[in-house]
Design a binder for this molecule. Sequence first.
Ligand code: CAA
Length: 380
Amino acid sequence: MSYFELSEEHYSVQVAAREFAQKELLPGVIERDNSQNFPTEQIKKLGSLGFLGMMVSPRYGGSGLDTISYVLAMEEISKIEAAVGVVMSVNNSLVCWGLEQFGDEAQKEKYLIPLAQGTCIGAFCLSEPEAGSDATAQKTTAIDCGDYYLLNGTKNWISNGHSATYYLVMAQSDSSKGHKGINAFIVEKNMPGFVIGKKEDKMGIRSSDTHSLMFQDVKVPKSNRIGAEGFGFTFAMQTLNGGRLGIAAQALGIASGALEYSLNYAKERKAFGKTLQEHQSIQFKLAEMATKIEAARLLTLKAAQLKDTHKDYTQASAMAKLFASEIAMEVTIEAVQIHGGYGYVKDYHVERMMRDAKITQIYEGTSEIQKMIIARQLLK
Ligand code: CAA
């Protein structure tokens, strides 16, 4: 597969994820894309198999696996249903990882254990109507009132917005300090004043639920602040470095799934008296798709390996996310082209994959933001 030496454990995680995706996700994926129904039962099973807290220590209910195992599993799940991939990625990288790294013992006992065991899921709430790419421009406020903070504001485009039980919410406590005035909080779904807003009707990843959220005088106990006063923006950025790795793997899965469908189709479909695979124009497309996918896989595994060996992976994860999401778009467009008219209808999966690919260039930092991060690292 690559120059990365994968262990027996890595292969068994990959196989387990592939089998789960084939058995549990493939049968209903088209229907869920149409209906936008959240895969509640499938996510429960994914949790019971340990895929929602993959990198969390067993001490806190997790599987204790490395980041390479995580990206391998993310690729397999996203090959079949990218919408399940995002639920899994947000819970693993943005919620569980952030809590294990930066939460205190009481927060880990109360929140991380059920999240890692997958008996509930979490959401990561940074984006706002006027703070997407410009994440420091937080308008949601968290006023220090002694024992608690008073939260007011609106978050937008929140993945797992309705299905989550616990929400990691970034909010501004002292605007005179800019991003150093931002805090991160654990908010529970049933806290008074927390309102779940409209569900978005999305182009892709349609079975995942994306909502706006409103906070109206929500009292959040001080013990639910993550880290020291003013740590919230650093928390969000460091957590997103790992999140971007998950999205790189999701994009990789969408692309490699589209290639598999295209290879199968090229072997069966005949045109001008021979199968598509015998036409050089199709062979060249397949060759280019496979080469781009392999390059994206290497970048993703490299970033995962840097993270596992505790090296700086900020630039590597931005490169992996940038490249994998760009090629996911290119590869899925080619997959539709290879399938011709069949590619433009829902039964053949690739049109959904083309729609799903688009979000990977947008969330957890657009391609333009990834370029900013890479350039800043280069010019440091
Ligand atoms: N890793 C660690 N630290 C980082 C960082 C990174 N990737 N990026 C920025 N920082 C730190 C900087 O070092 C700086 O720290 P100091 O003040 O201590 O030096 C601080 O953050 C502010 O950084 P900048 O001065 O570079 O701030 P900026 O405003 O010029 O740029 C940005 C910041 C990188 C553009 C940031 O706003 C950003 O990443 N924007 C994209 C936001 C994003 O990814 N949103 C995704 C939403 S979540 C989501 O999509 C989840 C989902 O549901 C699927």
